[in-house]
Design a protein around this ligand. Structure first.
Ligand code: PLP
Length: 397
């Protein structure tokens, strides 16, 4: 089950799908389960633990479905930690934040099994109360090993990064009592990468921090592992995990977001109008790149679209764009076998991750409703949004 639209193609002609009010996200349970099984098999072959990084996917109605396969959740701060505790209570809750606040740390500690600090200052400041509460304490390190090019905004090892303690800062600031607090080391340096990049990174971690790892109980290798992608090399991942376990006697954690819900969602949209400019045909959709798939602009990338090519190889070419006022609200240039018509439904793939957690109501755009595509092919609405979701972010309720 590796195709982006595998879960959907047999259902396309069903009235359930055709009747959907667009735009909406459809989350695919079958694909989520497939991903969870892949992750779970890595856990059982290596004894590592895998957490869902909620910043990529927090649609908690699906937590019961996947909680039996993974070890818990990872949070970026208070609200995600609380969500993980509330909605996947049987799992561990891990938190990393670039800087914790005095007025939140107590509540965060109440939810967190592991809490990871980003500086030795914060470790010294908050670590003792976390330990007193019986929590496992970690420090994020920066191995200064960039394995990606072109996406500096997704590279925590880029020069000048605020993320993780470099070895030279460690040597300057680490004290025996701060070191005493540490149960584990955390690094997160990858983004949509294969296991060869992890192997290179672990070498850098070993070179820079190999002396401290034998004193640790665990090593958290962060996220960015594209484990459920078809061409991912799982054997190398498992070799790297087992190497760390053997060499330093640590428990190994991975906290992928993307890999948990990869290809497990669709954004359904319809063509509102078609306009033309200098020979370019532009289809204006009822969904927006800026509002409903912000990574298309931020990353940037061209998302997969069912029955279309993104390389101009089909005869009918269109630029797909959103209805907002932003000139750059463009999803991408695609080509099709047939002419597009107003009212046609289009289906973008891989829309479960970094979408529902990141969308917005710029221009007063409605948030897309969210549906569940059940393993039995049923389509059920999970939540919907309207005017009040737009208005209440802006003023008095
Ligand atoms: C973003 C992030 C993750 C998840 O990354 P994915 O690319 O979605 O796998 C995990 N841990 C930390 C600390 C992160 O910042």
């Amino acid at each position: 089950m590796n195709g982006i639209f595998d879960g959907l193609t047999t259902l396309l002609d069903s009235e359930n799908i055709k009747a959907l009010k667009t735009p909406c996200y459809v989350i695919d349970e079958k694909r989520l389960l497939h991903n969870a099984e892949v992750l779970s098999s890595v856990m059982s072959r290596t004894g590592c633990r895998i957490l869902l990084a909620q910043k990529a996917f927090s649609n908690y109605d699906f937590y019961p479905l996947i909680s039996g396969y993974i070890s818990g959740t990872e949070a970026s701060g208070l609200f995600e930690a609380r969500l993980g505790k509330e909605e996947m209570p049987e799992g561990e809750v891990h938190v990393f934040c670039a800087a914790y606040r005095d007025d939140e740390i107590g509540e965060i500690i109440s939810y967190a099994d592991h809490i990871v600090f980003n500086s030795i200052y914060q470790l010294k400041k908050f670590g003792p109360s976390a330990k007193k509460a019986g929590r496992s304490v970690g420090l994020r390190i920066n191995p200064e090993c960039s394995t990606q090019e072109g996406h500096e905004i997704y590279d925590p090892c880029a020069s000048g990064s605020r993320l993780g303690v470099t070895r030279s800062v460690w040597d300057e600031e680490m004290t025996p009592d701060a070191f005493e607090l540490l149960d584990g080391i955390h690094f997160h340096t990858l983004c949509e990468q294969n296991s060869d990049a992890l192997e290179i990174t672990l070498k850098a971690v070993e070179e820079k921090f190999g002396d401290v790892l034998p004193s640790m109980k665990w090593l958290n290798m962060g996220g960015g592992h594209h484990i459920t992608k078809a061409d991912y090399d799982i054997k190398t991942l498992e070799r790297v995990i087992l190497y760390a376990k053997d060499k330093w006697g640590v428990e190994v954690y991975l906290e992928p977001g993307e890999a948990v819900a990869l290809n497990a969602g669709y954004l359904m949209t319809r063509v509102l109008d078609i306009v033309e400019n200098n020979g370019v045909k532009i289809a204006i959709l009822d969904s927006s790149a800026a509002c409903h798939m912000p990574d298309v602009i931020e990353m940037p990338y061209t998302p997969p679209l069912l029955n279309a090519a993104s390389d101009g190889t089909k005869p009918y070419k269109y630029r797909l764009a959103g209805p907002t006022c932003l000139s750059g609200d463009v999803i991408g240039d695609y080509s099709f076998d047939n002419e597009l018509k107003r009212g046609d439904m289009l289906i973008f793939g891989d829309m479960a991750i970094y979408t529902t957690v990141k969308n917005n109501t710029f221009n007063g755009m409605p948030l897309p409703d969210i549906y569940k595509l059940g393993t039995d092919g049923s389509v059920e609405k999970i939540t919907d949004f309207g005017y009040s979701d737009f208005k209440h972010r802006l003023g008095r309720a």
